[in-house]
Design a protein around this ligand. Structure first.
Ligand code: 26W
Length: 865
């Protein structure tokens, strides 16, 4: 094991820039890269701490990699491709990781610890190599070892495909939580789906989004381990038979039509500083062993293969929607498939020590539902306990209702899952019976007691929505069953209680609570921003990544020129690196001295990328009128995937690209404005963009963004938030100071009020500039020869009523941008604000979130390994 290297004082920031630059140095020549103008501030005196690397550890790592190259990968140093080198590096890491994993699991088994089981349809893990090396405290050693082998660690790590098994915020949150659970030593298992294809790869052709499959495992994933000993068989479909025993008691027997094999793949999640190693267990669907090949004669062989592929379709692809429920049969099957497999796994492990005595179950097992996607786990646990373990309905309910908790991540009505009853009848007939029973007990035992004879109330709170197509309301089932229901930021939790579930809150006033989201500082600061990490090492000591609050020590230096210069020098170097990436990805030259204004997140009307676009158009217009306008040069950077069927979202991407193309090539505005849309936004691209941002665009219509997490990552890396009082923005500016950010727009209450009588035409007709840019969309100025190509945006903003109040917030948004431009001219003031933002984000470490869950929801103790 590597000994910990003592810190020495050397120039860290320039070093960081060098590596960051190398990351992206692949195709373009250096000469073509962004014009490296003089830094805005003089290079600061080289003071940040850097790590002197242990020579013996380097030799050991080198030997291990070379050995794996030969004996695990089966190639030689001379022949090895970069991919092979990467695989060998992973194999070296795994030597240590598997040891730590075994220690963790032994400790938990020995103490029969209570554990949390995090059920999530998505885990957006991204790449693991740099993160695991960092958490093992081996990154510097590996970098040096590879360097001595003639390799650049960043280039080697670029070989790793992202594990994009999630859509956006919810999936990435689950990944950050796994990192924090492991780091904080909480016994846990993450359960999800082993999608063969993660979120689609986005290609941009002529400005338009095209979706391509993402086969992240095409050449195998060296981090995952298949566990055939834990395979589960999952029944599906068929019918329920009611049997009457001689004593007259009735019972239900489910005769499933099919059985699907669930194969677990384990991904070890390494805690920081070798704390514990958590397991992320992802289920892959296969044709069951019992699949009857014999019934097929020679001619049926092909049909048999076809039928086989149907069962294997279940884990084939991640649904790419992050806000609209499509109601597809396959999606419900996916949800049931991974929940059923996970619960069997939980029961199997529980019974190893408890031998089918369920009296301790709720004491030992906490289950967290990440949104409603795993709701089917509720009736499935009931079914397993009743049908397979012989418990009474009431006993099963007692256990189930003590085990589950539910996190809500969105208030958007179109995102709330409702499954047609006919789908349940077809796929899960026994689960439907159990749901009816739960609902009946709730309506008669609870609702009728509080609101006697109130049928309207019953209809409203029922798990079943009546109508032409009866539906199961998954959120209602979650709330009725769960011990605790939480939102993901203070304001959101308030709205969950007051607006989404007010009657339930009346019934159970203590059920509802808040856990504000967080992000892991290991990935989102330590690994992705080595320059800033080195500065924190020096100022806050070496433990800041375990205790992000200690970063607040930097705040004391926010007024000191030396630290301002160093902080902004680090930012500048990150911007140089991003400028290079931008050049490679979209061929646009951007000036690292310009203000980098970043909006990265899924594309959605409520997130209002089109508000940003309208402002950019107005700025362009102003610059055309006065090219010498006294404003800092600005680069607007977008990254966003649109759900494939979300036409308007795709139109907005097209419009951003059309405007970008025009603006970037217009010599009249003298390079003062650039717009880039970076294709295929994903975790690994976020890690390059976020450290380079000056401005963080968080401009959702107030009340619609549950929390946001890019707001936290950007602020942590020293970006100033230009945003609305929505989600976690409110809490962020609470810590960082409203004077260090640019808050604008309607509040939640003002949005509610305005929505009662909103008329976008009033804003259009009342603001000449706004009218001009909206009308511009109707011309062919940005789409030569194709007038009307951008008109759908205008149409939504006017004829379709502007559902997210873009026009109402436009003037205020523009004014916020002007404040930002003003502050940017004052380098010292800006640097101070950037430092304070970064230094006050301690509360937004996902460690804090996980401690909150452990204390308030899971009643979970951390276990030293
Ligand atoms: C059924 C289709 C569907 C799929 C995913 C509907 C809704 C979702 C997610 C709940 C959407 C999501 O990712 N929500 C985001 O969750 C983050 C983590 O809590 C928050 O930070 C974001 O504000 C929220 O939009």
């Amino acid at each position: 094991m590597a000994t910990k290297a003592p810190a020495t004082k050397t120039a860290a920031a320039p070093k960081a820039a060098k590596t960051a630059t190398k990351t992206t140095a692949t195709k373009t020549t250096a000469a073509k890269a962004a014009p490296a103008k003089a830094a805005p501030v003089k290079a600061a005196p080289a003071k940040a701490a850097s790590v002197a690397v242990d020579k013996a550890a380097v030799e050991q790592f080198k030997a291990s990699v070379l050995n794996h190259l030969r004996t695990t990968i089966g190639t030689s140093q001379e022949k090895a491709s970069k991919l092979a080198w990467w695989q060998a590096v992973v194999a070296s890491c795994n030597e240590e990781i598997f040891g730590l994993l075994t220690d963790t699991q032994k400790t938990h088994a020995k103490n029969d610890t209570r554990a949390v089981h995090y059920l999530s349809a998505e885990f957006l893990m991204g790449r693991l190599t740099v993160n695991n090396l960092t958490n093992l405290e081996k990154f510097e050693v590996a970098r040096e070892a590879l360097k001595e082998l003639g390799l650049d660690i960043n280039e080697v790590c670029e070989e790793e495909p992202d594990m994009a098994l999630g859509n956006g915020g919810l999936g990435r949150l689950a990944a950050c939580f796994m990192d924090s659970l492991a780091t904080c030593n909480y016994p846990c298992v993450g359960y999800g789906i082993h999608y063969e294809n993660g979120l689609f790869r986005q290609e941009i052709q002529s400005g338009k989004q095209f979706e391509r499959p993402d086969s992240w495992r095409e050449y195998g994933c060296p981090w995952e381990v298949c566990r055939p000993e834990s395979v589960q068989n999952i029944p599906l479909g068929g019918y329920v038979e009611t049997q009457t025993a001689p004593d007259g008691t009735k019972s239900s027997v489910w005769h499933p039509a099919t059985v699907i094999k669930a194969v677990p793949w384990d991904i070890p999640v390494v805690g920081y500083r070798k704390s514990s190693v958590a397991i992320l267990r992802l289920w892959e669907s296969r044709a069951a062993e019992s699949f009857n090949w014999d019934v097929f004669n020679a001619g049926g062989y092909v049909d048999a293969q076809a039928e086989k592929s149907l069962t294997e379709t279940i884990s084939k692809v991640l649904y790419p929607n992050d806000s609209t429920e499509a109601g597809k049969e396959l999606r419900l099957t996916q949800q049931y498939f991974f929940c059923a497999a996970s619960l069997r796994d939980i029961l199997r492990r529980y019974n190893r020590t408890h031998h089918h005595d369920y009296s301790e179950f709720a004491k030992k097992i906490a289950i967290q539902l990440n949104d409603t996607h795993p709701t089917i786990a509720i009736p499935e646990l009931m079914r397993l306990l009743i049908d397979e373990e012989g418990l009474s309905f009431d006993a099963a309910w007692d256990i189930t209702s003590k085990s589950f908790n539910y996190t809500n991540h969105t208030l958007l009505p179109e995102a709330l899952e409702k499954w047609p009853v006919y789908l349940f009848e077809k796929l899960l007939p026994r689960h439907l019976e159990i749901i009816y029973m739960i609902n009946h007990n709730f309506l008669t035992g609870v609702v009728d007691k509080i609101w006697p004879g109130n049928n309207e109330m019953k209809a409203k709170l029922s798990v079943i929505e009546e109508g032409d197509c009866r539906k199961v309301r998954m959120a209602n089932l979650c709330v009725i069953t769960s011990g605790r229901v939480n939102g993901v930021a203070k304001i959101h939790s308030q709205l969950v209680k007051d607006d989404l579930f007010p009657e339930y809150a009346q019934i159970w006033k203590d059920k509802f609570c808040n856990v504000t989201n967080g992000v892991t500082p290991r990935r989102w600061l330590l690994s992705c921003n080595r320059g800033l990490a080195a500065l924190y090492n020096e100022v806050s000591g070496k433990d800041w990544a375990l205790n992000l609050d200690s970063c607040s020590k930097l705040k004391a230096y926010a007024d000191k020129k030396e630290y301002q210069d160093r902080f902004m020098q680090i930012k500048y170097e990150n911007k140089v690196a991003l400028a290079k990436t931008i050049k490679e990805l979209v061929g646009v030259d951007v000036d690292p001295n310009a203000m980098f204004d970043v909006q990265v997140k899924r594309l959605h009307e409520y997130k209002r990328q089109h508000l940003n676009l309208l402002y950019i158009m107005s700025l362009y217009r102003a610059l055309l009128e006065n090219p010498d306008m006294d404003i800092p040069s600005q680069v607007f950077i977008f990254g966003a995937k649109a759900a494939p069927a979300y036409t308007l979202a795709k139109d907005i991407i097209y419009a951003i690209n059309a405007v970008a193309d025009k603006v970037n090539n217009d010599l009249r505005i003298k390079g003062k404005l650039k717009v880039v849309f970076l294709p295929n936004y994903r975790v690994s691209l976020a890690e390059k963009i976020i450290p380079a941002a000056d401005i963080s665009e968080q401009i959702s219509t107030a009340g619609y963004e549950a929390s946001g997490t890019s707001n936290m990552k950007l602020s942590m890396n020293g970006a100033l938030t230009l945003g609305t009082m929505d989600g976690a923005n409110i809490e962020i500016v609470d810590f960082a100071g409203i004077e260090n950010n640019f808050i604008f727009g309607l509040s939640v209450d003002e949005v509610k009020e305005l929505k009662k009588h909103y008329n976008p035409w009033d804003y259009y007709n009342g603001n000449q500039e706004l009218k001009a840019v909206i009308d511009w969309l109707d011309t062919d100025y940005f789409t030569p020869g194709q007038p009307g190509a951008l008109s759908s945006i205008k149409n939504s903003l006017l004829n379709l009523g502007d559902p997210f109040l873009v026009l109402a917030d436009f003037a205020s948004y523009k004014e916020a941008h002007q404040r930002a431009q003003q502050m940017y001219k004052d380098k010292a003031r800006w640097a101070k604000a950037a430092i304070i933002n970064s230094a006050t984000m301690g509360n937004f470490s996902s460690d804090r979130s996980i401690h909150d869950y452990a204390r308030d929801i899971w009643n979970l103790k951390s276990q030293k390994i």
